[in-house]
Design a protein around this ligand. Sequence first.
Ligand SMILES: [Zn+2]
Length: 246
Amino acid sequence: MHERVSFNIYGHLENILQTLSNYGVPATFFITGEMANSHPRIPQRICKNDHEMASHGHSHKSFSEVSYAEAEKEIAKSIKVLSRFQEVKGFRAPFLVRNKATYLACEKLGLSYDSSEHGLKKYCPNGFKVTVLPVLSPLDTHGLDLLGLRARELVARWLSQCGRSSGAAICMHAWRIGRKKYVKTILEPLLRSNLTFVKACELLCKDGIALTFDVEYTSLGDSFSSISLLMPREKKTAESFVSHVP
Ligand SMILES: [Zn+2]
């Protein structure tokens, strides 16, 4: 278990919360149980601002090959922590990867939705009650590096995809979008658009776009490979070295 976060999570979170509040827009924060456990101020601040909190697993381990029992255990642990602050209705798998055992675990644990794959339209997978709320691609601000986009272009792409969507999420990471420069160049233009933003759980009964932020521990080990793989042009400052992609 990690003991600390390697980025300024409180400062980043406040930048995001303040900006959402300025525009009167609700959002959903997918948080790991570990993060909420060690930093209860994070769920407290999110709940105080009337945003939704949902599960991002407990330890941010991958769900790509988990058994049903493992998936249930990992999600249940996170729900136990998060439900001290708010009822939990949804789940997003770390790295946006999960298997069918994960749907079953979500249903068994009483969750209503899963937001762990790319796409434009919400749907119910065959044989399951859980609703899949997909994530628009390109994912997160990684698009800036992966696709060589400028911030304005990334937002324009998101907006055009949102226009074709009948219920999907935009996934951002608190560690990155919360930096002041990204709040200004990415979050604010999105909020100024004419889109209807709702909490992810509200997409179960209406259409709209959910702004979502994943909050998890960062780890130095992951960041070296991620930075070299995904951000070859970014200057390797001390901060970028401790940034974590998924
Ligand atoms: Zn994550």
